[in-house]
Write a protein that binds this ligand. Structure first.
Ligand code: SAH
Length: 239
């Protein structure tokens, strides 16, 4: 939870009141003990979700009675929209409370508990082995919430573009221009003719393939300079 920026942990009849000591819980939290200290503890689920505006139940199994069901990604997107739409804010301007409900490791959530939820979320694992460990299921949901949050925030604090390349912000060298890449190709062609790798009388598709290769790699200016330096050194050596 803490890795993904979520803060409010609510526990219903937690084990550490009974079997495991609070010290043990803090040790297992591995640096996230502030979430344990600020956790809200309740005896019943009803009390725990009383202040929520939307409750989302997570389950590995399909229940007999159909319920509004989402996958984690759509759910995260929808809930982030719900939080960002002005009209859903409460009169005092605070955001609505959205609760994600997880079951116990051994037994999961009962039908009665799942019926207290507005929506169900299922992580689409393979059907004959669909139940994740609780911590893993929590992380998948928290990760999707984090991604939805980063996608919607105007200035994400980490780069979330799928590919970092010279055209994206944060690359250390300027992207090479078309003319620079063409200059490199012409230089390469010249050397390949000199080394007799390339026969201009029978060019086949060699230059087309090399152009496609270099376009695909999105060279930056320094990379073009390095490659041209290598070509020049070959040229000098031949001469
Ligand atoms: N035998 C239990 C397993 C519980 S796993 C059962 O079948 O319900 C513990 C918790 O992890 C579940 O209650 C649920 O909250 C979550 N979980 C595990 N696998 C999940 C999945 N595929 N989709 C959504 N939540 C899942």
């Amino acid at each position: 939870m803490k890795n993904m920026g979520l803060k409010q942990l609510t526990l219903v009849s937690p084990e550490f009141n009974k079997l495991v000591s609070e010290d043990e819980a803090i040790k297992r939290a591995a640096g996230a003990e502030d979430l344990i200290h600020s956790a809200r503890l309740y005896n019943t689920l009803d009390e725990a979700i009383a202040n929520c505006h939307v409750v989302i139940g997570t389950s590995a199994r399909n229940r007999k009675t159909p319920w509004p069901l989402m996958n984690p990604r759509d759910c995260a997107d929808r809930m982030l929209n719900f939080l960002s739409v002005e009209s859903f804010s409460q009169h005092d301007g605070t955001k609505p409370h959205i609760g994600f409900l997880f079951g116990q490791e051994a037994s999961g959530l009962t039908n009665e508990e799942l019926q207290r939820c507005h929506y169900h979320v299922n992580i689409p694992a393979v059907s004959d082995f669909s139940s994740l460990n609780l911590a893993m299921a929590v992380q998948v949901i928290c990760y999707e919430l984090r991604m939805a949050f980063l996608m919607q925030s105007e200035q994400p604090d980490v780069p979330i573009s799928s590919v970092l390349s010279p055209e994206s912000e944060g690359w250390d060298e300027p992207a090479a221009t078309v003319a620079e890449v063409e200059g490199l190709l012409a230089h390469l062609e010249q050397i390949m003719i000199q080394t007799e790798f390339h026969d201009p009388a029978n060019p086949r598709l060699l230059m087309m393939r090399l152009r496609r290769l270099f376009q695909r790699t999105h060279l930056d200016q320094r990379e073009v300079n390095i490659l041209r330096g290598i070509l020049s050194s070959i040229q000098k050596h031949i001469q």
